[in-house]
Design a protein around this ligand. Sequence first.
Ligand code: SAM
Length: 226
Amino acid sequence: MPAVHDTGTVQNPPPTRWETTVIGERWDFYVQRFDRAHAEGADLEGEARFVDVLAPRGARVLDGGCGTGRVTGALHRMGHRVIGVDRDAGMIEISRNRYPAATFAVIDLLSLDRDVLAAAGGPAEFDVIVLAGNVLVYVAAGTERAVLATVSSLLVPGGRLVCGFATDRDYTVAGFDADAAAVGLVIEHRFATWHLDPWREDADWAVTVLRRPDRGGGGEEPATVD
Ligand SMILES: C[S@@+](CC[C@H](N)C(=O)[O-])C[C@H]1O[C@@H](n2cnc3c(N)ncnc32)[C@H](O)[C@@H]1O
């Protein structure tokens, strides 16, 4: 079982759903599934290609809840200045071993700020932030809005946040939309897959692109979260 470290500005980030429901046998199962997929040369880069389309060349990218590092590794290879962060130290160990040239750090999403990121060797603000592979349904219950507020505060004005998660979990698309609006993010696109299949209300997956309004564009500043 991996050690789980917490670092950064939030003193005691609560245990995540990842820790309360996956750590243990399901963690090993998850790692083995990705090990097998990696060894078989499966396509593990769809999310990274999606982000690459949105991003300027050499963009500053945060892969939040990076898991085994597949999105960070691919975006690094594509020439972006990317940092992958995860609260699970076991995941970061796998990421560093698999993608030694990329930058990874054990940080809770709720603890992210510019100083913590700079100390970890990453960019301190971002053109694009990606929360792929169900990250938002695995954060601690009730922290989703705070996570969105924290990461959106790290976007440059006009920067974009991309989130992909399953629609059959406790955290719903409607809840996500309310949280996004509350922190001042504007929804620009929603798809049913990372391959741009059109959104449908009965889709089992939601990929959403949100933008932090540009100050010059007349948008509102992100609201603070109590
Ligand atoms: C299903 S995995 C997805 C990994 C990766 N994004 C991918 O698509 O391959 C979810 C990850 O979110 C991470 N996570 C959940 N809550 C977190 C938090 N508050 N801070 C940092 N990482 C978190 C977990 O540790 C886990 O590695």
